[in-house]
Design a protein around this ligand. Structure first.
Ligand SMILES: [Fe+2]
Length: 300
């Protein structure tokens, strides 16, 4: 069998406002636009990968929170209504998604072999979290590729960011090994914002962009620091500074997705492409692509 490969990895954040502002038919509320900088960023990401062939999208979402180990969606099809518990006024999305169960199991087995606690999620009524749905929609609005969906083990909350990083480095290696063994071509997505301190009230018109800005200068500085590391191929520094970043910027990297992503990509030393940056209710969000397809030697 031909060897599989990871063709690209992306930071693909999931605030539901992005789907709300896009007005797709699957979402019930309607908007007058908003958060264009980020939505154009997703457009650029989709354009950038439009000529790249791949079979499956692998995503880790911080909003599928599991306290005992890492779980994987384990049935071929899920269809239901996903409602954001914080923003039900913005996000009531009718989803219909297909899972690559074979690859999910392969990653699950590899992770188990590495000593991680894992479980396949086989409840047909399971409600998919809005992080997975928003990232899934913004990355691939046609929903024409199967997905592997990985939960966020809350080891940073239960133990510490350091423990979370060790576990996510292992999970990243297991994910990578399973993809290479599967013979499939995959895109891997970490569905998380950067700085995550947000406003506690919503403006009367949620998409009123005159109200949108980063919550503080300190958050801005942390976001720019992380983006600069990404743009200059300094992934190891991101890993090294992750504990401070996650704690000081209340970053959504606490869910483990960012560390897992860099590990699946083998801690890339080449520059990532920044497709967009913007704030959503004050949180910092970057859409970033690591174009593995341009660095094939990394796959050997
Ligand atoms: Fe989130």
């Amino acid at each position: 069998m031909t060897r599989g490969e990871i063709v690209a990895g992306c930071l693909a954040p999931h605030p539901p406002h992005l789907v709300y502002a896009e007005n797709p038919p699957q979402n019930e509320p309607t908007a007058e636009g908003g958060w264009e900088q980020l939505r154009w960023g997703y457009e650029r990401l989709r354009d950038s990968l439009s000529d790249i062939d791949y079979d499956v999208i692998v995503v880790l979402s911080p909003h599928w929170q599991t306290y005992v180990g890492t779980h994987f969606l384990g049935l071929p099809h899920f269809k239901n209504l996903s409602v954001d518990p914080v923003f039900p006024n913005l996000f009531r999305y009718n989803y219909d998604l297909n899972i690559d169960v074979d690859l999910s199991k392969q990653i699950c087995d590899k992770a188990k072999d590495a000593g991680l606690t894992v479980k396949m999620m086989n409840n047909p009524d399971f409600r998919i979290d809005y992080g997975t749905i928003t990232t899934g929609h913004m990355f691939n609005p046609k929903w024409d590729k199967p997905m592997v969906v990985i939960s966020s083990n809350r080891s940073s909350a239960y133990y510490s960011v350091d423990v979370m990083q060790e576990m996510m480095m292992e999970l990243g290696k297991a994910t990578r090994d399973a993809i290479l063994d599967s013979g499939k071509k995959a895109v891997v997505l970490a569905s998380n914002s950067l700085s995550h301190r947000h406003f506690t009230t919503e403006s009367e018109v949620p998409e009123d962009m005159s109200k949108e800005h980063i919550t503080s200068h300190a958050m801005h500085l942390w976001d720019m620091r992380m983006i600069e590391y990404m743009r200059t191929g300094q992934s190891q520094r991101i890993i090294d500074e992750m504990p401070e970043f996650t704690e000081q910027a209340i970053a959504e990297s606490d869910g483990g997705g960012f560390t897992w992503l860099l590990s699946t990509l083998d801690i890339p030393t080449y520059p990532a492409i920044l497709h967009g940056y913007g704030t959503i209710i004050g949180t910092g969000n970057a859409i970033v692509e690591w174009p593995v397809y341009k660095h094939k030697e990394g796959e050997k």
